[in-house]
Ligand binder design. Structure first.
Ligand code: 8ID
Ligand code: ZN
Length: 354
């Protein structure tokens, strides 16, 4: 490959904000240099996850680096590697995910539960992320992307795909089981429907509006669509599951109500897996029902390096084709606006060329 393709400029375009809810400015900033264990990736496409919107708004009780370049679903080409990096070369394709690095030495890292590391570095949150043309990744944690895979479709897998795949595994659903996906028409939800289908589960989609209904049932394999703005969610899910409820519920919505309702339509012995992070929200469930129906209520947070490679492998085998629209890096504020209103069916992916 021609060397010139990887000529690294001094400056690059990035979307930067200085304070929560403040202006997001497309401006030129220096291109960072990789440390010994890092790689520099020329980001070609980056997904926009609702987490990026939470970071901009300062929604969570976890400090954000400011000023910040957000973004954590970046797919691109490696243009430089640190001196300790042996297994990734310039020219390889690689991805930046939420977990940029972890300490490697704590109980959680040693048990390959690295998202739980207390020293975790988070892309687009505690370290500048992928809403820029050149971004840094720890080489051990960067996603390895086979060269034949399209980088635009790949981007949403790097957070959305990994996260829903992990959550579905955590649900312990088995092939043939019914799984409710709440928030099914959004970025994570549309991917969850596809992973669930590929894993042999039957899906029930919960979200709102005709566009998402059509997408979920006609394109993404959901057996039924429940519109939370019109339907009695609990009754409709019970009806569809012969009165017993679904074997598992994956909660991806960015609102509190589904976190209060889920155990009502989860089958005895089933699991409710919390993934969405509505600010300040609480989960509630009847203690009596949780006990006598032996329910499991749990959280699921991104995935480890093996989950990452497995999630990419599902995509590589052609099993995942969740919808996404491509916009420009400069469109980020508009994408946030649409996301806030729940208007995006699927994911937006930004092309970083300016
Ligand atoms: O590791 C994790 N746990 C993790 C990883 C990545 C993202 C968690 N997240 C979190 C995000 O921070 C966010 O809080 O998952 C949530 C969903 O992210 P997303 O899929 O990127 O958001 P989206 O594309 O805006 O989709 C949200 C969907 O929820 C629907 C909306 O209509 C939208 O389609 N929704 C809402 I808001 N209220 C609903 C309700 N009551 C609902 N769907 C069903 N019932
Ligand atoms: Zn994300």
């Amino acid at each position: 490959m021609a060397q010139q393709e990887f000529k690294i400029p001094e400056k690059q375009w990035a979307q930067v904000f200085d304070k929560h809810n403040g202006p997001i400015e497309l401006k030129q900033i220096p291109v960072p240099k990789p440390g010994p264990d890092q790689i520099l990736i020329n980001i070609k496409y980056t997904g926009v996850c609702h987490t990026d919107l939470h970071a901009w708004k300062g929604d969570w009780p976890l400090d954000v680096k400011l000023p910040l370049v957000g973004g954590h679903e970046g797919a691109g080409v490696v243009v430089a590697v640190g001196e300790l990096v042996k297994d990734i070369k310039v020219g390889d394709h690689a991805g930046i995910k939420w977990l940029n690095s972890s300490c490697g030495q704590c109980d959680f890292c040693m048990a390959v539960d690295e998202p739980l590391c207390q020293k975790a570095v988070l892309s687009g949150y505690t370290q500048d992320g992928t809403f820029q043309q050149y971004a840094l990744a720890n080489a051990g944690h960067a996603a390895r992307i086979p060269k034949e895979l399209p980088l635009d479709a790949m981007a949403p897998i790097l957070c959305g795909g990994i996260t829903v795949y992990k959550a579905l595994k955590e649900s312990h659903a088995r092939p043939g089981d019914s799984v409710v996906i709440t928030g099914a028409g959004g970025g994570l939800g549309t991917l969850a429907l596809q992973y669930a289908k590929a894993m042999g589960f039957r899906t029930i989609a919960v979200d709102a509006g005709d566009e998402k209904a059509q997408l979920c049932t006609e394109k993404l394999g959901a057996e039924v669509f429940v519109d939370f703005t019109k339907d009695d969610v609990i009754a409709k899910i019970k009806e569809h599951t012969g009165g017993l409820g679904a074997h598992a519920v994956i909660l991806l919505a960015v609102s509190e109500k589904p976190f209060q309702q889920a155990t009502e339509y989860c089958r005895s012995r089933g699991s409710v897996v919390c993934v969405g992070l509505p600010p300040g929200a609480k989960i509630s469930a009847s203690v009596f029902n949780t006990v006598v129906r032996m329910l499991t209520i749990k959280g699921s947070y991104v995935g480890n390096r093996l989950d990452t490679q497995e999630a990419i492998d599902f995509f590589a085998r052609g099993l995942i084709s969740a919808p996404y629209k491509v916009a420009k890096l400069s469109d980020l504020p508009k994408v946030f606006e649409m996301m806030e209103k729940g208007e995006i069916a699927g994911r937006y992916v930004l092309d970083t060329t300016v």
